[in-house]
Structure formats: C-alpha cells, structure tokens
Design a protein around this ligand. Structure first.
Ligand SMILES: [Zn+2]
Length: 365
C-alpha cells in the first residue's frame, strides 16, 4: 500500500516545475485530489487544505499539526531547503527509535530520532540526514514543531567515513567502545547524540532559535555546533544517572564524528561544521587533551578536563550577552574561532586542515 502511495508521489513529481510558486498551489491541490490513493492519506488531505488557503507568510498549519501529532508517522509536504536541494513534493514514513526514549525524558526537546521506512525520490539522497520545520515551503519553525533525524543515515555515514577515519588516524587503543561496535550500538549512540545536541542548542545564555541570526556567520555557527557537542560529550561523561556503557559509547561516537568526520568532509572548503571541528582539534592539541604520536591522534587522560575548559571559555563569552552589546559578544566568539583555526584574513576564508586533508587523501575520501 505504502509503495503505491510513494509511486504516485514520484509520478506526480516528474510532472512538476522545478520551483513551485504559490500561484501553482491550486493546480497542485487539484492534482493531489485526482489521486484517490493520495487524497485518502490524512497527511495529504491536511496539505491540500493548507495550500488551498495559503498566503505569503502563512504556516502549513494542518500539515504540521498532523506531523507533530505523530498519529501515523507519515510526513508529506512541499519542501524547499538550499542544503537539501533534492527535496520538493515529498512523502516519508518513519519508525521511531525506542533506544532514545529514556534519554529524551531527561534531556527534553522537540527531537525525533527515527529510521526511514518508505520515502519518495527527494528523500533518497543520503545527504538528507534530517528534516527541520523550516524546510517546509512556509519556511517557519514554531514552538513544538518536531525536528526529525534519520538515524539509519547516521549509521551508514559512520560506517562509510568515520570508521575508516578511526582506523587511519587514531592510535590503536582509542575509542574502544565503538571501534568494532555493531550497528545497533551505533544506532543508539546516534540517537543519543541528536537528542543531547538539540537539547543543548536550546539551553545556555545564547540559545537557538533566539540567537540563530546572531550565530549565522560560518565562524559562530561552527562554534555553536561545537558548544552543543562539547556539552553533550560532557553530559555523557558526567551524568551519573545515564547507563554507563551506553554513555561511554555515545561520548566516543560524538567525539569521533565531531573531531574526525566533519573535518575530512570539510576538505577542500571547510563547512561551518568543519570550522567547529578545526577549533576542537587545535584546542585539544594546544591544551594537551590529545597528542600526535607518530602522526596518529592519541586521546590523553586529561581530555575530559580540557573539554570542560573549552566549554567554559565559550560559556564565559556568551554570559556577557546580558550586559554587553550583542556585536561585542559576537566579535569575542569570532575571535575565539580565529584563534584556533586557519583563517585567511585577506580573503576572509577558512583554510582546510592540512592534517585532515592528508588523511582524506590517503583514504580516498
Ligand atoms: Zn546543530
């Protein structure tokens, strides 16, 4: 049954213009009504209602209410996101991951860790690892809107890239909990990561989305990603109420993804995630949290204390937002990033890390 619904969406996609503007919505609604299989899906019916009354600035109210209610684990909408260019009119069904339920109670957020069950063509691209409320064509994120992370794709990416990085650039005793872990443990660690990550975005003196604009520059966006991942790693290490083995695996997983994968993915042009990764690598090296031994990264015993020091430096700057002008605080955050990255002031560009450029070349990544 789902196969036929997806096939109808894929068929309809092939007949649509590249960019669907509001003056096409009436026509689109008519075409959706023309497929009995589609119009009988509650999420499609909700979407039809929304686009029939859509005006500039409105919210896809019924569609998002359906999705946020999780009544059937179906997602359908018209999407537009520059970083997920394959998304357009798309359908997806998912299965929630139970492993994260306890953690989600302790670190609440609007995060959903799920595995993809069925999907139309736009969701086939493995680069689509998440779906944010603002990716819908209304461009809005309202309180309570769910953020979806497609954990099966995190596991695939970890196996394809991060595992090879661990084998190539780390000393042999590093990451004992995840080095040869089965996919089930990596799935659990991934779902813990996304819950902790989103929880920490929404906490602190300059949380997201309130300070999204203030942190949109590549330097500060990268630092924000590093802030929340560092806080997440420290929660795994220090929160005694979390089950120890799983917490240790999640700590290693977050560190490996942040330190290694984003770094090598940011070659030749560092993304904001790669900027965060570069700050982490340089900070840990300069403060003896890691050491290079015969070209391999060795995690030193004082690593947790150095991570705590890094988080403290970021938090001490953000605390100033209560009594300094925002621009001044933004400059302090940017200065911290520039102090730990290769930044070319003449071209105002971040340069790739030579260490990870070399590792990436050896791995053919
Ligand atoms: Zn983030």
């Amino acid at each position: 049954m789902m196969d036929l619904v997806i096939a109808d969406v894929d068929q309809l996609r092939t007949t649509l213009p590249d960019r669907i503007e509001p003056d096409h919505y009436e026509d689109l609604a008519g075409r959706l009504m023309g497929s009995r299989r589609l119009r009988e899906q509650p999420v499609v019916a909700a979407f039809i209602d929304d686009i029939r009354t859509f005006r500039e600035g409105s919210r896809l109210t019924a569609t998002k209410a359906h999705i946020n209610s999780r009544r059937d684990n179906h997602i359908f909408s018209l999407f537009r996101a520059s970083y997920f260019p394959t998304l357009s009119l798309d359908y997806l069904t998912y299965e929630p991951i139970a492993a994260a339920r306890d953690l989600a109670g302790r670190y609440p957020s609007n995060t959903m860790a799920v595995n993809v069950a069925a999907r139309s063509a736009g969701f086939a691209d493995r680069a689509v690892v998440a779906l944010f409320p603002e990716n819908h064509v209304d461009g809005r994120q309202d309180p309570g809107d769910l953020i979806f992370y497609f954990i099966d794709r995190f596991v695939e990416r970890h196996n394809r890239i991060t595992r090879k990085m661990i084998d190539t650039v780390m000393t042999p005793a590093s990451f004992p909990h995840i080095r040869d872990a089965p996919d089930s443990l990596i799935e659990q660690a991934s779902s813990w990561w996304v819950h902790l990550h989103e929880y920490h975005h929404q906490h602190g003196d300059m949380p997201i989305p309130a300070f999204l604009g203030a942190k949109s520059a590549k330097s500060r966006a990268g630092l924000e990603e590093l802030r929340v991942d560092t806080a997440s790693m420290l929660a795994c290490l220090n929160d005694g109420d979390l089950p120890g083995g799983q917490a240790r695996a999640a700590f290693e997983y977050i560190l490996a993804e942040r330190l290694l994968r984003y770094a090598v993915e940011g070659i030749p042009r560092p993304t904001y995630d790669a900027v965060g990764s570069q700050v982490l690598f340089t900070y840990l090296l300069r403060h003896d949290g890691i050491a290079l031994v015969d070209g391999l990264i060795h995690l030193r015993p004082q690593l947790p204390a150095v991570l705590a020091g890094l988080l403290r430096e970021i938090e001490e700057i953000e605390l100033r937002v209560h009594d300094e002008p925002l621009e001044k605080v933004q400059d302090r955050l940017t200065d911290l990033v520039h102090a730990y990255t290769l930044y070319d002031r003449a071209t105002r560009r971040f340069l790739p890390s030579p260490y990870f450029a070399d590792a990436g070349k050896r791995l053919g990544l």
